[in-house]
Design a protein around this ligand. Structure first.
Ligand code: FAD
Ligand code: FES
Length: 283
């Protein structure tokens, strides 16, 4: 069943809350309308906390089922209110919105997924999708960078990914001082160092999500490896409100990023150079 109006939220009951760090929790919601079954990797939903407001959050699970997972960082009004809630409480969810990663285009190709910080949330929806349809894709390389090693999200899932033979995983932190991460090799460095290290060649499709500053340098290194602009896919999490092209909050270069994006190829963005430079709404 789909929702009758794109602006009406469906009730999502909080099934589980898994704290990953102090300010980053993984929430699993039941999907009462069934509309969120249509979520594709890289799309987002609008999360409404009654009496507080709404904000866009990326779909974080690539597996279709009766629930949806969102990785939420506590930063402001809506997210702080969500952190006050408990399992069994309900929120509003509407969506899915935007164009996600073009998984059909990736079929049969070698793939590299690059995540910086909280950008790992939408990238996780993509690696779960690829792993569930593994035979449809070629090589799979996953690069994940963060400021401190204790910011690492999905620790247990990475332990499982690192054991798989059909995916190469590179994890880097700018600061590895602090608590040990059992059986996880976190290298000292940045996403860009891992891009240099990884065997990525010109035939790869590359999907990126991270803070705006990551894009500039990561794209430079990937282009040095010969990846054409048409194979580089960036998720731009510009400041959005309605999520459906009505309010104008995300209007840039003649387009609504909520409707045309949030995922764009660099070839498209080269027509809109200001998008990367002024993308201050990053996650
Ligand atoms: C497509 C998309 C996908 C996203 N995916 C995710 C995701 O998966 N997970 C996630 O956690 N986030 C995600 N975000 C980001 C999330 O939507 C924002 O962080 C959102 O603003 C949170 O809402 P809030 O009401 O909690 O914060 P707000 O209250 O809107 O605050 C947002 C920021 O503004 C600052 N701020 C607020 N008021 C003031 C003020 N008066 N003066 C100065 N600073 C102020 C806050 O400190 C905070 O840093 C995504 C955004 C987009 C567009
Ligand atoms: S978020 Fe309202 S127009 Fe894009």
């Amino acid at each position: 069943m789909s929702l009758s109006s794109p602006l009406i939220s469906a009730k999502g009951i909080i099934r589980t809350i898994v704290p990953m760090t102090n300010d980053n929790h993984l929430f699993e919601f039941s999907d009462s309308s069934g509309a969120l079954r249509a979520c594709k990797p890289g799309q987002f939903v609008e999360l409404w906390v009654p009496g507080v407001g709404e904000c866009p959050i990326s779909v974080c699970s690539g597996r279709v089922g009766d629930t949806i997972q969102l990785m939420v960082r506590k930063v402001g009004r809506v997210t702080s209110a969500l952190f006050q809630m408990s399992e069994g409480d309900w929120v509003g969810l509407r969506g899915p919105y935007g164009h996600g990663f073009p998984v059909d285009k990736y079929k049969g190709k070698n793939l590299c997924l690059v995540a910086g910080g909280l950008g790992v949330a939408p990238i996780r929806s993509l690696w779960q999708y690829v792993i569930d349809h593994r035979e449809d894709f070629g090589k799979l390389i996953l690069i994940y960078g963060m400021r401190h090693s204790f910011d690492l999200l999905f620790r247990q899932e990475f332990q499982l990914l690192l054991r798989r033979k059909d995916i190469e995983v590179y994890i880097a932190a700018e600061d590895t001082a602090g608590p040990e991460i059992p059986s996880l090799t976190v290298q000292l460095g940045r996403v860009t160092d891992m891009i240099d290290l990884a065997p990525i060649s010109a035939d790869f499709e590359v999907a990126l999500c991270g803070p705006p500053v990551m894009y500039k340098y990561a794209v430079e290194r990937l282009q040095k490896k010969g990846i054409p602009a048409s194979n580089l896919w960036l998720s731009l999490e510009r400041h959005m409100k309605c999520g459906i092209g009505k309010c104008g909050h995300c209007f840039v270069g003649g387009r609504f990023t909520c409707k045309s994006g949030p995922v764009f190829s660099l070839a498209e963005l080269n027509l809109l150079p200001e998008v990367i430079e002024c993308n201050h709404g990053g996650i």
